[in-house]
Design a protein around this ligand. Structure first.
Ligand SMILES: [Cu+2]
Length: 99
């Protein structure tokens, strides 16, 4: 329901010149890296609420879309990341150091 509404309202929001951030499918989320597991291709992130996944703030383990992402950050880093469900698995789709 929310996804359909997002499609329908995207044009309206743009034409009104409002920020479309609140409607974004995968808006960047702030988080802190807790642990990196290169062998498993997993990253543990403490993260804020994730709207597109209906998720509250928590600490959890994620799969990463590209193992190279695990070389860009390390435990203790503050990051901005996007996440989505890829083939049914909760997956970090992008990550970069941030505040
Ligand atoms: Cu979570």
């Amino acid at each position: 329901m929310f996804k359909r509404m997002t499609m329908a309202t995207a044009g309206l929001v743009a034409s009104l010149g409002l920020s479309s951030l609140a409607f974004a499918q995968a808006a960047p989320v702030s988080g802190t890296v807790q642990k990196i597991d290169e062998a498993q291709g997993k990253i543990t992130l403490e993260h804020g609420p994730i709207k597109n996944l209906d998720m509250d703030a928590m600490t959890m383990v994620w799969r990463v879309q590209d193992p190279a992402m695990l070389k860009q950050v390390k435990a203790g880093d503050k990051v901005q990341f996007t996440a989505d469900r890829v083939n049914g698995q909760l997956t970090v789709t992008s990550i970069k150091k941030g505040k």
